[in-house]
Design a protein around this ligand. Structure first.
Ligand code: C5P
Length: 221
């Protein structure tokens, strides 16, 4: 009997974009289909883990056997993640979290024009919490995996981001390659350097990542 790679592990995953309200009918968001995060949740479930997926707005169905919590904004995602983090062994932060929310969001739908003509709104931004950095800083928190979608200088930016967020593993990919696509090229960054995976369907890349996580956890044990 071969136990599954992540049997008995509790894995918390964030996926998708967050959406920040301008008014009740308008949002500002990040581009993210959620495909990579959902594929990772599915792969972790296949590996025997117990999964909670905290998802921003996507068009994807909830993977089989995964508990999903739907959120809209980064601050909502933050509240749910921090609420669950102490019950997780592994946190995989895949969501494309908006860096800002709108501090002067309107309760009512903004009117496009008034008697003086077109009235484009003056939108004020305020920073969102960095969910991953906060979870990484928890005492006795989960083992953290971050993501970095970059458009250039991937190796340099991703390794720096891993160190800045103080996490053991960060997955880099090129935004222009992975965005909306069904394939992706992962580069795994850890304290020893980096490992390039080939271009793979996202579900297969997700399985490779789950292997890489399980190997690192067993090395640590
Ligand atoms: O800070 P940056 O967006 O460059 O880092 C990306 C990583 O940090 C991703 O893993 C993302 O899910 C996470 N993140 C977060 N909260 C934020 C911004 C990014 O958890 N506010």
């Amino acid at each position: 009997f071969q136990p599954k790679l992540l049997s008995g592990k509790r894995v918390l995953v964030t996926a998708g974009p967050t959406a920040e309200r301008v008014d009740p009918v308008r949002v500002i968001s990040n581009r993210s289909s959620g495909k990579t995060g959902y594929a990772i949740a599915r792969a972790a479930r296949e590996a025997g883990a117990d999964i909670t997926l905290i998802s921003g707005p996507t068009a994807l169905p909830c993977p089989y056997g995964v508990k999903r919590i739907n959120v809209e904004s980064a601050r909502e995602m933050h509240a749910h993640v921090l609420g669950q983090a102490h019950n997780a062994d592994i946190f995989i932060s895949v969501a494309a979290v908006a860096d800002w929310h709108i501090s002067n969001a309107s309760e009512q739908k903004l009117k496009k024009t008034d008697k003086n003509g077109p009235q484009p709104p003056h939108i004020a931004f305020a920073p969102n919490p960095d969910i991953l950095a906060e979870v990484a800083a928890l005492k006795d928190g989960p083992w953290c995996v971050g993501f970095a979608a970059e458009t250039e200088n991937l190796h340099e930016y991703a390794q720096a981001k891993r160190q800045r967020k103080n996490i053991p593993l960060l997955v880099g990919n090129l935004a222009q390659e992975a965005m909306d696509a069904d394939t992706t090229t992962f580069v795994l960054f850890d304290q020893n350097g980096h490992q390039d995976l080939p271009l793979l369907p996202k579900q297969q890349a997700a399985r490779e990542l789950i292997h890489a996580i399980a190997n690192r956890l067993s090395d640590r044990a």
